[in-house]
Design a binder for this molecule. Structure first.
Ligand code: TPP
Ligand code: SF4
Ligand code: MG
Length: 304
């Protein structure tokens, strides 16, 4: 189990990079690399992270990063694995690290193919819920009601559920995480490392300029996503769902904060009417009702 005491003190993502102040994705990449260690190759498509790690002629990264085409993260990771095998190199971790646009939209075919082949790498989607690097266009992971530059009156469609799509592929491990809970995230990477095949982690990654909140509130916003139940922390493996972290105590509606607290803390939801806010609260409650049934079927529902 990863704790603050045994989390590596070594840094593989150095400060002084090109991320915005308060960027949850770069803080999470730092945590991920602490768990993965120096014998790691990361492949990333076009996204904020490619700018952060590759601001030529300098780089904050202390492990090799391959910058690949927007659609190609999972294909690229598969290629790296094949090359390592041909070269007879063992004990090297391969990480695909991509945004929500590069995962839920343009990269999903490569990811689905890699899942079918059960390629032996970890794929982490850091989900800031829009195309941030190109100026906050909406993606299929943008939640209903959020304003982006392509959903100026608030997005009408629901967020695509990529973790469930990955579960349908029956890969060894699927988990969600939130950047505000780095140890929960770290522990999930540690578990993923112990398994062979494709492991998928979907990380909610608050973004101050894109979600329109002050940079010092990143952790607060991430915690609100979980404590209001908008974002569920869980793991899935061998057909069973398990809640983790704060989400463990949140199966009952009375244990969850009103969604409004999460929504009103962000400028991207400022156009919501009372009725729309109510509808989004109903979405969260329905999401939990469905999830609770999965826990019962898994035999992992909390008792009491
Ligand atoms: C085929 C292709 N289309 C569009 C782009 C332009 N582009 C570069 S980064 C990016 C946004 C990426 O969004 P996401 O994957 O969510 O990562 P984020 O920027 O939010 O970190 C886009 C549209 C591209 N590089 N390649
Ligand atoms: S736009 Fe958002 S995700 Fe991109 S670097 Fe800035 S804070 Fe991070
Ligand atoms: Mg994004």
């Amino acid at each position: 189990m990863i704790t603050l005491k045994n989390l590596s003190a070594e840094e593989y993502m150095l400060p002084g990079n090109a991320a915005c102040p308060g960027c949850a994705s770069v803080a999470s990449l730092r945590i991920a690399l602490k768990v993965l260690g120096p014998r790691t190759i990361v492949t990333i498509p076009a996204c904020c992270s490619s700018v952060i790690q590759g601001y030529y002629p300098k780089s904050p990264a202390r492990v090799p990063f391959l910058n690949t085409a927007f659609a190609a993260t999972a294909a690229s990771a598969s290629g790296i694995l094949a090359a390592l095998e041909i070269k007879g190199r063992e004990g090297i971790n391969v990480l695909g690290w991509a945004g929500d646009g590069g995962t839920a939209d343009i990269g999903i075919q490569a990811l689905s193919g890699a899942a079918e082949r059960n390629e032996n790498f970890i794929y982490i989607c850091y989900d800031n819920e829009a195309y941030m690097n190109t100026g906050t266009q909406g993606s299929s992971a943008t939640p209903r009601g959020a304003v982006t530059t392509t959903t100026v009156t608030g997005k009408k469609e629901k967020k695509k559920n990529v973790p469930e799509i990955m579960i349908a592929h029956e890969i060894p491990y699927v988990a969600t995480a939130c950047a505000a809970y780095p140890l929960d995230f770290a522990e999930k990477i540690r578990k993923a490392l112990s398994m062979k095949g494709l492991k998928y982690i979907h990380l909610l990654s608050p973004c101050p300029p894109g979600w329109r909140f002050p940079a010092e509130k990143t952790v607060e916003i991430g915690k609100l996503a979980v404590s209001t139940g908008a974002w569920i922390l869980y793991e899935w493996s061998e057909g069973k769902y398990t809640l983790t972290g704060l989400s463990k105590g949140m199966t009952k509606k009375s244990s969850r904060k009103p969604l409004k607290e999460y929504l009103t803390a962000q400028g991207r939801f400022s156009r919501l009417s009372e009725e729309e806010t109510k509808a989004l609260q109903e979405d969260v409650d329905t999401q939990w009702d469905r999830f609770n049934k999965k826990l019962v079927e898994s035999g992992t529902a909390p008792t009491g």
